[in-house]
Design a protein around this ligand. Sequence first.
Ligand SMILES: C[S@@+](CC[C@H](N)C(=O)[O-])C[C@H]1O[C@@H](n2cnc3c(N)ncnc32)[C@H](O)[C@@H]1O
Ligand SMILES: [Zn+2]
Length: 600
Amino acid sequence: MGEVEEKLETYEVKREGEAEILMLKSNAVFFNPVQVHNRDMSIAILRTFVDKRKEEHEERINRKNKARQHVSQDIPPRPDGDGTSSEQPASSSVDGEINGDHGRELHWSADKAEGPSTETAETPSSKRIRELNAPIVLEALAASGLRSLRYAREVDGLGKVVALDNDEASVEACKRNIKFNGSAASDKVEAHLADARVYMLTHPKEFDVVDLDPYGSPAIFLDSAIQAVADGGLLMCTATDMAVLCGANGEVCYSKYGSYPVKGKYCHEMALRILLSCIESHANRYKRFIVPVLSVFMDFYVRVFVRVFTSASEIKNAPLKLSYVYQCVGCDSFHLQCLGRTITKGKSVKYAPGIGPVVPQKCSDCGKKFNVGGPIWSAPIHDQDWVLSTLANVKAMKNKYPAYNKITSVLTTVSEELHDVQLFFSQHNITGTVKCTPLSAVVFRSAVLNAGYRISSTHVNPLGLKSDAPWDVIWDIMRCWVRLHPIKEQPQDSAGTMILSKSPKLEANFSRAVAAVSNAQAKKVNRFLPNPERHWGPKIRAGRTITSKHASLLGHEAVNGVIHQKDGNGLVVDKPSPGTEEGVRTTEEEFSDDECAREP
Ligand SMILES: C[S@@+](CC[C@H](N)C(=O)[O-])C[C@H]1O[C@@H](n2cnc3c(N)ncnc32)[C@H](O)[C@@H]1O
Ligand SMILES: [Zn+2]
């Protein structure tokens, strides 16, 4: 066999979207095919970003032109400062005291964001007009470069894409893959061997888009990443250390993210909100703040898409977007305690600490204690306008997304969520707490709607329900249900007995409400798809010596088909992995969260 053939033998060509990569058959460079969901979703959001950025730029020019006309006609223009923005997202203008700011929609206009991608040009009238440059993307943790190649080849209107990795084999592979994808890729994508943290710190505000897709936790990259994003730019960030974020090791979560997770059915949404609060806290250090456009829990990880702006005045609102969570240890009730509040009098706004506690020492529903978690991001985690635009774009380009079904189902469910309700409960848990006959989702939803409250599903959990109904209303509904469907006597000190010992104040109406059928049911669309493939999940860190233990734990696909075993002479030999029939799952202790995290 010639040298070239021999070399080619060691590679496999993998295609995803419009990019092709040469993968070494060993585990030398990281590649996880099921992350196609993550990459497709990122491409969809990038396309929306390119469009929105253009729209915002045009609006800015129109506004400037109008302001000029006003000036020339001696009409005072509306305040419209340039540079560092002072515009505030929509907030309450009525006099009074607002404890927290949970529900408000944060629509931040990027009109005044100044980034490196605008160039000033002198016009004949000597007025400065900024031209919009194509957005520059940094993939800070690029591995094979597949993601960067897909961005460059598939997203129209992007400028340069910089792919970094601190692993020599990965950068070599990335450079090889750039060449392999021809001039469409090599004209745009460049790969560098660098520690992403150093690179980002030394390129402040230089990138319109920064993508973080680490092994496990992104925590150590956030401080530098937040500084590398241009004003109005986009930070896209994955975390796969779900065990940590969901409370398996609360203290580890606190040390990495500055928040304490509590165990609840909502833990994956809490994970998203912990990550957002962590990013916000890093941003605030540099007079910056974030506006989430999409935050999703998919497969085995969370991924957030946030815009980054600079404003010394807006960061005063940071405590209004953060809350502690009180989780009852006896029943399913949880309550949010905002960190701050504002007191407005006319045009003056004063900031003050939140008033608490919002709960008594013991749960008023079941009499048990509360655990306290957080702080979590309690402002909206999605921008509905972005979600709907992205969904429409994806539908219009169906054949461009290999993971079309997955990303449309996630975006559709996200678009149907109540965006001003932070966490959710599980109807199964509620019936489990009072130990009653289960009631159907439609009947339960109807009772909530008939009581005058809103209810929606959540993309995070097929059994989860988001509602603005207070807990006493939820429990009253269950009390009424149990009156109609009596249960056996339960232990005196159980949470369910305590809850049912009280008479309902509300007379629940279980008759079917039209809006009670979820949109998914009404449209007969599957919102939660089955797992992507056998042995799906996080992949092992590249370059690790893979043993039969890894193979049996993770499955054949997860270890890229290669295991290393010492032969009789102490040599490491490649051998097809056995036992691939069952995807044997194991406890968290088997792997550190950095190398391989799985759902708790
Ligand atoms: C999960 S992989 C990235 C996967 C890739 N984004 C994709 O979509 O296929 C994480 C990569 O980060 C790289 N990495 C880890 N620490 C780094 C650092 N400090 N600077 C740059 N790269 C780093 C690793 O070498 C690895 O290739
Ligand atoms: Zn309770």
